[in-house]
Design a protein around this ligand. Sequence first.
Ligand code: C2E
Ligand code: MG
Ligand code: MG
Length: 536
Amino acid sequence: MLEIALITIMLISIGFLAAALNPVWVIYKNQGSLGQGYAWKLLGVLIIVFILGYIIYSYSLLQSGIKHIDFVLIFILFSGSCFVLAVVKLSLISIKEIQKINLLERHHTLYDSLTNLPNRVLLNETMSGAIASAKRNKTALAIMLMDLNNFKEVNDTLGHYYGDRLLQCIVPTLKKEIREIDMISRLGGDEFAVILPDTDIEDARIIATRIIDAMKQPFAVDQHELNIGISIGIAQYPNDGIDGDSLLQKADVAMYIAKKNSLGYSVYDLNRDKNSIDKLIVLGKLRKAITNSLLTLYYQPIINLHSGKLYSLEVLTRWHDEELGNICPDDFIPFAERSGVIKQLSLWVLDNAVEQYMNWQKLKLDFVLSVNLSARDIQDETMINDLRVILSKHKMPPSQLNIEITENSMMHESDQSHHILSELNQLGISLSIDDFGTGFSSLAYLKKLSTQSIKIDKSFVIDMLDDCSDEVIVRSIIDIAHNLGQDIVAEGIETKECLERLKELNCSYGQGYYICKPLPQMEITSWLKENHKDID
Ligand code: C2E
Ligand code: MG
Ligand code: MG
């Protein structure tokens, strides 16, 4: 009886060892690729050897009968088999957990958490593969870049919750219009990209038209029916580029043109305009110009119209490219904003201009430095700290810095930008509304903003003497500014007559070609030395 019990324990032990073989095999197969398969293979072989040992020992028990020592041995062997089985099973569970975490992490790095679509990283990986395959098989390949038309308005008016929900809602519609082999990804914000393997331009046009039609339907987000259009830019391999970056850049240019001209979609066309800004961005020069400090700072004085004394120097960025010549900021700033390099540009401008300003302090002049920031900058919470760092690096008192933000950027103001503007104010930095009159600010809104001055847009000032309605606008803006307790600056003063008229209208400060054109640092330094007292 006792013999049977002990033999049964031995058989159970053998069963445990045999059961451990399967997890060892599974781990061996999984770990093989990581180079640790060898150890698990060895363990498997050892377990088989143990099993054989257990069988031989059990057989000897049957043959020679059970001695006292066998009780101890059988107990040790049973514990050993339990131990092997437990260790191997637990290892398998841990390895599976680690694999799950790895998969999840990979998912996080490759997929967008809001829409669960592939993100830019996976897009780049897939695009390299698609390009290689198109090259190998000599097949066509098209890339589409898509941007929603009224997304910002949805975000601004209904809030980010609805913006996010809308993005989630449109994904199934977009997916329905493309094929299984196409890959749609979200690049960020309301920007999506689609890789279309084996697709020539004509097919890409058909797909784009289908997507545009599908996006014409209103999307129901909770109780709201949202109408949102889409603009699409198309680029083609290899005509428009042989790598992912250049194809995306060109699709971006095409998308910009589609959006600007309300075309729905547009196919990249190198010959559209040899000098147009799209060519610049295509050549990737803007990013390089900013990173390699190829931009130059010009400075234009703003003076007190009544005393003629210098009030401020406005920093205006210039870009001269050897091949393309001079490119004005109105052309490259929007691209810097859209391609995400604006922050780098703004910080570069601030750092260099503040450094230069501190050099001018040796001239013992009392004036403020005016720097233009873009709408994007005032959405970015980290900007405040960056500004603080620059000011303390150059030991510039914040009260000597004035930030100009266009009326249009302020209009798209969100809680975030409102918060940033008041933080800047609290730091002691003054704020101006630039290009005033071109946007649609309400008076109540103006009152709410923590700005100190208003700059009348030059379009009203330049022709003020010939165009009565322009003068009426200028006069009204001056009155509004005075009533709101704001300083008023007129830009675009091109003649002495214009300057005199502005003085009569009680405009405090002015800037324009008549006073001084924007000049590079050396020339403006000479101008400061010669003219800073009186201008006539
Ligand atoms: P803004 O800030 O309104 O600057 C005034 C613009 O008017 C400048 O154009 C200046 O050269 C021009 N201007 C000044 N006086 C006269 C005049 O009497 N007649 C005429 N016709 N024009 C005059 P610019 O330098 O081409 O800059 C255009 C805009 O680009 C600027 O308008 C500003 O909004 C933006 N900008 C320039 N530099 C930067 C920068 O570093 N960062 C950002 N975010 N924007 C910048
Ligand atoms: Mg300005
Ligand atoms: Mg302006």
